[in-house]
Write a protein that binds this ligand. Structure first.
Ligand SMILES: [Ca+2]
Ligand SMILES: [Ca+2]
Ligand SMILES: [Ca+2]
Length: 95
């Protein structure tokens, strides 16, 4: 069930390992006070399998990557939040 990282689709709901959303990390990489990187565990095993990025700083996710087999390589990349919008919470890490 692995797909090539090149399979970028638009506006689709991504398939994740689980239905949970445990945010392991939220980071503000451009120091505007808003989160722009989310690292998420969806199946509760403590390992990250969902990564989301806000690339234009509007607080909404622009790119979602899923690492379905948790090997550190993204298996699916979609535009937008992939049907998994994050809560608007302050970042846990200022980068
Ligand atoms: Ca930011
Ligand atoms: Ca996981
Ligand atoms: Ca955005």
């Amino acid at each position: 069930m692995s797909q090539a990282p090149e399979s970028v689709t638009d506006g689709e709901t991504v398939e994740t390992r689980g239905d949970e959303r445990v945010e392991l990390l939220r980071a503000d990489t451009n120091n505007d006070g808003k989160t722009d990187v989310w690292v998420v565990d969806t199946d509760g095993d403590g390992k990250a399998d969902l990564f989301q990025f806000d690339t234009d700083g509007d607080g909404k996710v622009d790119i979602t990557m899923v690492d379905i087999d948790e090997d550190g390589q993204p298996d699916e990349v979609v535009d937008g939040d992939g049907g998994l919008p994050p809560e608007q919470l302050p970042p846990t890490v200022q980068v």
